[in-house]
Design a protein around this ligand. Structure first.
Ligand code: RP5
Length: 173
């Protein structure tokens, strides 16, 4: 992140098989110059490593944890149970109805243990990164300015596409 030299976002994933499906999260953080670390750990296969990581995260300087898992996707919830940092959950697509299992097991947390769950697919992974940026921007003016510019660019892009669409269908904007 601007003005930091160590990671402020931790990206954890349940398996190396998750990475190709969620790498858009890292791209989003890169766009804003936010420093992050990536770790593979599993709520089921390495529960003690998950506990230690989540317990120490705030003391190590992390501000947000993004957790991705598929299937019986308990990683984000278990991480959230061990830290008061904001946790963003990415449900990883699976063969079961596109990842409905991942989505429900990530989003359906009991009260008292929030996980901010994004959607399935690369759009969801990108949104996880952007949500982390927005959280960090609450206390970082440089990120606030970058987000304002980002929103402005979104408007311009849509207006350009709208103009092209109107032209292609023979109407004026
Ligand atoms: C989950 O099980 C992982 O997050 C992954 O999405 C899924 C399958 O893992 P592998 O068997 O490919 O390692 O814990």
């Amino acid at each position: 992140m601007p003005n930091t030299t160590s990671p402020v976002v931790g990206i954890v994933m349940g398996s190396d098989s998750d990475w190709p499906k969620i790498r858009a999260v890292a791209a989003a953080l890169d766009e804003f110059g936010v420093l992050y670390e990536t770790r593979m750990m599993s709520a089921h296969r390495t529960p003690e490593i998950v506990r230690q990581y989540a317990t120490m995260a705030a003391a190590r300087g992390l501000k947000v944890i993004i957790a991705a898992a598929g299937g019986a996707a308990h990683l984000a919830g278990v991480v959230a149970s061990h830290t008061a940092l904001p946790v963003v959950g990415i449900p990883v697509p699976t063969d079961l109805q596109g990842g409905l299992d991942s989505l429900l097991s990530t989003v359906q947390m009991p009260g008292d243990v929030p996980v901010a769950t994004v959607g399935l697919g690369s759009g969801g992974a990108r949104n996880a990164g952007l949500l982390a940026v927005e959280i960090l921007a609450l206390s970082n003016v440089e990120l606030q300015e970058k987000l304002a510019a980002f929103k402005h660019q979104l408007t311009e892009k849509v207006q350009e596409k709208n103009a092209a669409l109107q032209k292609s269908i023979g109407k004026t904007v």
